[in-house]
Each structure stands twice: as structure tokens, then as C-alpha cells.
Design a protein around this ligand. Structure first.
Ligand SMILES: [Fe+2]
Length: 347
């Protein structure tokens, strides 16, 4: 049988795909080993899942003493931290004023009627905005994000706007419940505005960060067909789930985070979460932070992006590098030179 160029390419990439098994790579579509129904029937996905979870438990043990006991217990049970009045009123007012006036480089992405805007909060911006800089330097907040992610250092902070043109019940892919990936990973939001229940709030299924026997069986089943799923995000390893399926996993219905301004939410987004459908046009602004690392490394921190100079500058260089490589032409994200969080969308 003649060997096609495609076959040669596939074999040449095999060592790379093998190496990726030891990283946070999650795409059932792009990695034929991760996506292999045969290997997953032998337990590849569930073993990566279990090993990643065991490593996260190990790393979290070393971080537990940094947290207040009640907050940590709440997290262990639910998968998220929540602090109302997260900042002293004066600091919050100053931070909100700074960010309301800020104009900085950033990106916009449209998904149906929802536009996500992210504005860089890099060293140059923070040098001129002290209340924002104080929040980003806050050890206590960093510890919450680190614990949720089971890692330290290298947290990315951005100013994010979610702008919804009109009711979008079925036109926003973020409204489908999903897990971001197969290992603990953190996202955090400090809401600058009140989030009403009909404005597409964040929702999270309490306890869905735990790898119970029921969850593991569900993961096994998903892993067998994920590479052939009709849904792109599912093929990419962010498994989707419908609300009626939650009860079979022993899980409650999602909790909706309709919360006042100055609320901080930090979630392990390997648990099921979504943006609720918005019933009308809305525009909300938040500081958004994320931390995702290789789940198989036993130590916390001590990686490239945790080095102070790189942590300070990597957002701006990331933008430059992605523009040089034409990333903004290939992805849904569009680069905008000077953005304000509260202005109308450019795309
Ligand atoms: Fe997500």
C-alpha cells in the first residue's frame, strides 16, 4: 500500500504527540493519541485525569496553610472561593475610577451576540494606576487563585468586558455547561459593576471540581467519542454537559453568580461552569485572572512565566508576538490598539 504524505506527516509528529501526553495538552482532535478511542478504552484519558488530580492534591497540601481555614473548606466542598466587598470601599472606588478611564492595547472577540474584550494590565499600565496595581500585587488574592489552580506564580490579569448586544439565549457558545480541561485550573473575576441575574452571570456547579467515581465513569465515556464529537470545544477537550445529566453524577444545578460590584470569585474551572444566557443587552466590566500550568509537574511555581521580569512583561510581548505570527488573522480575536473597557465594540 503506498504511503501518503499525510501518513508520513502523522508518523513524523508521533514523538511530539507522545511528549504532549506529559503536558496540559487536551485536544482530542489535534493529538491522535489523546483522541484515540482505542487508547482511551485502555484508560489513557482517565489515567491522565487521575494522575493530574493526585499531583494537584500534592501541590495544594503545601499551599493550604496560606488560606483561612473556613475559606479553604468552602473551596474543597464547592470548587470556588467568593468574597463580597473584596476590597476596602476606598480602594475599590479608586480602582474603578482608574480602570474606567484606562485606554490600553487589547483584543476583542465576537461569539454570536456576545463580545469579549480584554485589555492588557501590564507593567506600563500598572505603573500609572496604583489602586489597580495594589489589587494585582495582593498576596491573599494570589493565594486563592494559586490554590484553585494548584500552582503559584505567572497569573495573568486582564481588564475584561462582556458586551451583549441583545438577548442571546442560543447564540453564545459560552452558555453551554462545560469543564475547561482535565486538571485543576483557575479563573478569577473581580466584578467592577453589579451583575444582575438576567445579564448573563457566571454560573458554576458546586462540587463539580471533585473527581468522584461517577465523574470518572462519565469522563471515560466521553473520552471514547470526543474526537468525533459534533461540537468543536468538546473535541478540543473542554467537555460539554447538559443540565439534566448533572443529577446522574450526583451534582446539583448550577449556582448563578448574580453579585454586587466589588465581589471576587475564584473558581477551579475543571468543574462545570458556563455564562448564563442574557435576557437583554448588557455591558459589564471585571478584572479577569487566569492560571493554568502543566498538571504533571510536582513543584509549584518555578516556571518561566513566574519569573518577575517575564511575568511583568509577557502580556505585552505575547500580544506583539501573536501579531507578528499573524495570530490575529487566524483566530477569532482581533487586536485593537487603544481600548477603553466601557466603549462600544469595534467588531
Ligand atoms: Fe470555560
Amino acid at each position: 500500500m503506498p504511503v501518503s504524505l499525510k501518513d508520513i506527516g502523522r508518523y513524523a509528529a508521533l514523538p511530539w504527540h507522545c511528549l504532549q501526553l506529559a503536558t496540559h495538552a487536551k485536544s482530542f482532535e489535534n493529538n491522535p493519541l489523546i483522541g484515540s478511542a482505542r487508547l482511551n478504552a485502555l484508560g489513557l484519558h482517565v489515567q491522565r485525569r487521575q494522575l493530574a488530580m493526585a499531583m494537584a492534591r500534592f501541590r495544594r497540601q503545601g499551599m493550604a496553610s496560606r488560606l483561612e481555614a473556613g475559606e479553604r473548606e468552602h473551596f474543597e466542598e464547592n470548587g470556588f472561593f467568593m468574597r463580597e466587598n473584596a476590597l476596602p470601599a476606598e480602594q475599590f472606588a479608586a480602582l474603578r475610577a482608574e480602570l474606567g478611564a484606562l485606554r490600553s492595547t487589547g483584543w476583542e472577540m465576537r461569539q454570536g451576540r456576545a463580545v469579549t474584550r480584554r485589555v492588557s494590565l501590564d507593567r506600563d499600565v500598572l505603573g500609572q494606576n496604583p489602586a489597580t496595581a495594589a489589587f494585582i500585587a495582593d498576596r491573599g488574592v494570589r493565594d486563592l487563585i494559586g490554590y484553585a489552580s494548584s500552582n503559584t506564580g505567572g497569573i495573568t490579569y486582564q481588564l475584561q468586558s462582556i458586551i451583549i448586544d441583545a438577548a442571546n439565549a442560543d447564540q453564545d457558545p459560552q452558555t453551554r455547561l462545560h469543564a475547561d480541561t482535565f486538571h485543576p485550573t483557575a479563573k478569577a473575576w473581580l466584578f467592577l459593576d453589579d451583575v444582575e441575574d438576567d445579564q448573563g452571570p457566571f454560573s458554576y456547579v458546586p462540587g463539580s471540581h471533585r473527581l468522584t467515581p461517577e465523574r470518572l465513569a462519565w469522563e471515560f465515556k466521553q473520552s471514547l467519542g470526543a474526537s468525533r464529537s459534533g461540537e468543536q470545544m468538546h473535541r478540543e477537550g473542554s467537555f460539554r454537559i447538559d443540565e439534566p445529566q448533572l443529577a446522574a453524577l450526583g451534582l446539583p444545578m448550577p449556582r448563578r453568580f448574580a453579585v454586587p460590584a466589588n465581589t471576587l470569585v475564584v473558581a477551579d474551572t475543571s468543574g462545570f461552569h458556563a455564562r448564563c444566557a442574557s435576557r437583554h443587552a448588557s455591558h459589564r466590566v471585571e478584572i479577569y485572572a487566569s492560571l493554568r500550568r502543566n498538571p504533571f509537574i510536582p513543584w509549584r511555581g518555578a516556571h518561566l512565566f513566574a519569573l518577575p521580569w517575564i511575568a511583568d512583561h509577557h502580556m505585552r510581548w505575547d500580544i506583539r508576538l501573536k501579531r507578528m505570527m499573524g495570530f490575529d488573522k487566524r483566530s477569532h480575536w482581533r487586536f485593537v490598539e487603544a481600548l477603553n473597557a466601557y466603549e462600544a465594540p469595534h467588531i
